[in-house]
Design a protein around this ligand. Structure first.
Ligand code: ACO
Length: 437
């Protein structure tokens, strides 16, 4: 063991000293298990609720430096990918580790787009949902249902089979999302058009009415592509952790991804973009910002779209999204909420409460404003996060399955409940409390 790359621990309970290796600035939690007070002792564990300081895997997919505000996919800065790539190109990169050649990209586009149809039966249970069912609830259920249409998907250790399911899910997510949207409006479903790009096809399925050929606006389609790139992966976030945890039990990828979609729907995670819009609606006018900020500082409210477990600096995605917003508004007209949001950001970033806690706008702060300008209702926003994040979930799932160190994810606990006690028959229950009263 190289002594410079070790940690020496003295257990003051026993006065014994242990030396454990440090790799990548990390010690292995299992190396602590040897630290015992005696043969009966289970061994030392770490306690880390919410994984504040625990790496659950080694990953070569996304690099994130939250203090410096850096985000890279497979080594490429997010800014360069957003400027130069299409979403499916980035999807290829995330899944395969390298950018595709022109030929590989053509093949990949064809492969994905040719799998964008969903089984007609999915339409039937789509119809079973209430007209006002939340689209994330529909997405969770319909993604899970795909496992019943592709039972071979449980064959997760066969790389070819795995690849097929990955393509299927990426291809079908926009179709499921668009069908959920049209179901709400009572509009007939529009079948996917494999001749279109990934985002244009999605727009076609959402917004085509009676025109013989729907022509997506180029600027808006590009903006959606950029937003999809920015949301494609974000290393071990809550939903990706759900994907890895459920996938570690060797569940099929559709059931596994449904768990990830469920995690994403939470307002502290992907659901925040919807909450930001509600918050901006409630604030209503720049004059009301100060009193809102006061409520946040008093702990009565949260400034949605602000703060991040990992970023303690400006989220680089929020910076790009702010630029995209201006391009979108040039087409759609300005969403007046952007001015409230910019002012809210300005006031928050100069306030001691936010400075001290390193709270900056995250990816969700501006994305909803753009989506609303494009014609999406707030309950669609998290769906727009889930479609591209599917790529990240699948890349991480695949990486986990190929990692020989990974096993079923099963944390330990510290039991703090009652000691052993004797069973109390029904007739005697409550008597103790009565006697005490
Ligand atoms: N508004 C006001 N105060 C906040 C906010 C916020 N948005 N976020 C954090 N804080 C405060 C906390 O109250 C805490 O203050 P304290 O030290 O006085 O107790 C401090 O900042 C640290 O916050 P934690 O909650 O410990 O940070 P954590 O890493 O656990 O939470 C989270 C991160 C969940 C993102 C949080 O910042 C939050 O709830 N933000 C709003 C929801 C949101 O925008 N979520 C989207 C995140 S990005 C994504 O998932 C895509």
């Amino acid at each position: 063991m190289d002594n410079n790359q070790t940690l020496t621990i003295t257990d003051n309970r026993t006065n014994k000293t242990y030396t454990v290796p440090v790799t990548h600035g990390t010690i292995r939690a299992m190396d602590l298990r040897q630290i015992k007070t005696g043969p009966e002792d289970f061994g030392l564990m770490t306690y880390d609720p919410a994984f504040m300081n625990t790496a659950s895997c080694q990953s070569a997919i996304t690099y994130l430096d939250g203090d410096k505000g850096i985000l890279r996919y497979r080594g490429y800065p997010i800014e360069q990918l957003a400027e130069n790539c299409t979403f499916l190109e980035v999807a290829y990169l995330l899944l395969n580790g390298e950018l595709p050649t022109a030929e590989e990209l053509d093949l990949w586009n064809c492969e994905v787009m040719s799998r964008s149809m969903i089984h007609e039966n999915v339409k039937k249970f789509m119809d079973g949902f209430h007209h006002d069912a939340h689209p994330m609830g529909i997405l969770i259920s319909t993604v899970a249902s795909l496992s019943t249409f592709y039972p071979e998907s449980r064959n997760i250790h066969d790389p070819n089979n795995r690849h097929l399911q990955i393509v299927r899910l990426i291809a079908k997510m926009p179709t499921l999302a668009a069908y959920a949207y049209r179901h709400r409006l009572g509009l007939p479903y529009v079948y996917p058009d494999p001749d279109l790009s990934y985002t244009k096809n999605y727009m076609n399925m959402l917004w085509r009415r009676l025109e013989p050929k729907y022509a997506a606006n180029e600027v808006l389609a590009h903006a959606l592509d950029v937003l999809f790139i920015l949301h494609a992966d974000h290393e071990q976030n809550c939903s990706t952790n759900a994907m890895r945890a459920v996938g570690s039990a060797n569940a099929d990828p559709f059931s596994t991804a449904a768990a990830a979609v469920a995690a994403l729907s939470g307002p502290l995670h992907g659901g925040a973009n919807e909450e930001v819009l509600r918050m901006l609606d409630e604030i209503g006018h720049k004059d009301n910002i100060s009193s809102f900020i006061e409520q946040v500082k008093e702990g009565k409210r949260k400034l949605m779209g602000f703060g991040h477990r990992v970023y303690k600096n400006y989220d680089p995605r929020a910076r790009i999204i702010k630029q995209v917003a201006e391009q979108v508004f040039a087409v759609t007209g300005r969403n007046p909420k952007i001015d409230i949001a910019i002012e809210l950001e300005r006031i928050a970033l100069s306030d001691e409460y936010f400075i001290k806690r390193k709270l900056y706008p995250n990816v969700d702060f501006y994305s909803g404003i753009i989506y609303q300008a494009m014609g999406f209702t707030p309950d669609q926003f998290t769906v727009l996060f889930g479609i591209p994040r599917t790529v990240g979930w699948l890349a991480q799932w695949q990486e986990m399955l190929q990692d020989s160190e990974q096993k079923i994810a099963r944390p330990r606990q510290i039991y703090v409940g009652a000691e052993r006690r004797e069973f109390v028959p029904m007739t005697l229950r409550g008597q103790h409390e009565l006697a005490m009263a």
